[in-house]
Design a protein around this ligand. Sequence first.
Ligand code: ADP
Length: 193
Amino acid sequence: MRLLIMGPPGAGKGTHAGALASLVRGPHISTGDLFRDNIARGTELGRLAEKYIAAGEYVPDAVTDDMVRDRLGQPDAARAFVLDGYPRTHAQVATLDALLEARGTAVDGVVELIVPDDELVSRILRRSAVSGRSDDTEDVVRHRLAVYGDQTAPLLETYGERGLRHSVDGTGSPEEVRRRVERAVASASGAGA
Ligand code: ADP
């Protein structure tokens, strides 16, 4: 299965994408992690992305699309994957559609995690002590939420129209959310069968 996990910053995408990846037996591909890994290694891609990420802005589509194309082209992602943090813009949706269509495949389901804004901000600020992320300060977090609302939240409607959207309440214990996410994926695989 080829799944997307979507939701605002702090919704728990990374945590639940990891569990989903074992379920579908494919890699967990996080664009945020790929960027941070490139920044840590001092690659050219990392240098390009760094200032956008620190400011809570999206990295330009052309840069992000190339990175995702490369990663999805690797053999471990041929049959299944969980894509976390991509697509985030309409243009990225079109790129992903074309990329998968060229291989005769498509997205099988989109899991949306819903968490109220106030809880998102407090979660991120709580984890900022350990995350060490330059973009986990209150101002930048609020900006990331605004950018998400403008550019990414509308994409959920696109996937909804395709019958692929599975919305999950992302509040409560990680265990409760995990069970809801698994139920959503079970219904996504049922629909695709
Ligand atoms: P979060 O969802 O908490 O904002 P991520 O780790 O997914 O965290 O992303 C961190 C940052 O990486 C984003 O704020 C953005 O700057 C950049 N980024 C990640 N994915 C994309 C993408 N698909 N398009 C553009 N920028 C991205």
